[in-house]
Design a binder for this molecule. Structure first.
Ligand SMILES: C[S@@+](CC[C@H](N)C(=O)[O-])C[C@H]1O[C@@H](n2cnc3c(N)ncnc32)[C@H](O)[C@@H]1O
Length: 218
């Protein structure tokens, strides 16, 4: 019923927890979490048509009394008065950061984020307010997706952590190995194309590829 990516997101959500899903689109994650993880979900989206589709799907499963739907830009129209897990997935990093910056952490339990671009910037920005407690890489329809779980707090990370992932670099499975291989090969393609006058850009990518090499996954 739902994609591997959404299933991986669901695997990070505690059973029975209140969930606010920002950018729910079709609402399938909320339906899955309600049926399989006993979660109490608020499904929200900025787009009226998307939210209507979510409502239709929710009705199909007779869950209209269990899943609340709210039209909202980020958290603007959502009143939080209970500890909740906030999920923001399937958007770009700059949009995610804008939404995250408006979160009132008082009621935040876990923050679960899945962006479709700029993972290095994403980690760097989020770590200004949060600690990365878990990282998952999923391959869905031939594309790699990073899913982050974060908690309120502060931890010192370095450039290598932002690039490789502070948790991910210490994990190993075939998908993670393939993901680092993919990064390495993409960097190599760019390195070979960059003219020498852009030597700094080239050196940065060479450094990144050395970090990957040292993981010993190649
Ligand atoms: C590609 S869909 C992702 C759906 C689902 N979260 C997933 O991961 O498969 C992105 C959704 O985010 C919504 N969206 C984009 N910016 C938003 C914002 N500022 N506040 C709420 N929803 C937003 C879009 O309308 C769209 O429905």
């Amino acid at each position: 019923m739902i994609s591997e990516r959404l299933k991986a997101i669901a695997s990070l959500v505690h059973n029975g927890e209140n969930v606010i899903d920002i950018g729910c689109d079709h609402g399938l994650l909320d339906i899955y979490l309600t049926l399989h993880n006993n979660n109490k979900c608020i499904a929200s989206d900025i787009n009226k048509n998307a939210l209507n589709q979510a409502k239709k799907n929710i009705n199909k499963y007779n869950l209209e009394n269990k899943i609340k739907t709210i039209l909202s830009d980020g958290l603007n129209n959502i009143e939080i008065n209970e500890k909740s897990t906030i999920i923001i997935s399937g958007m770009g990093t700059s949009n995610i950061i804008k939404i995250v910056n408006k979160i009132d952490d008082q009621y935040l339990n876990d923050l679960i984020i899945s962006s479709h671009n700029e993972y290095e910037i994403l980690r760097k920005e989020l770590s200004k307010k949060y600690i990365i407690v878990d990282e998952i890489i999923v391959k869905d329809k031939n594309k790699f997706y990073l899913i982050l779980k974060l908690n309120k707090g502060h931890k010192k990370y370095n450039k290598k952590d932002f690039y490789l992932g502070p948790i991910l670099k210490n994990k190993n499975n075939d998908i993670i190995k393939n993901y680092y291989e993919y990064l390495f090969n993409s960097n190599n393609l760019i390195i070979n194309k960059i003219p020498n006058k852009h030597i700094i850009k080239k050196l940065n990518l060479i450094i990144k590829n050395n970090w990957i090499k040292k993981l010993n996954r190649k």
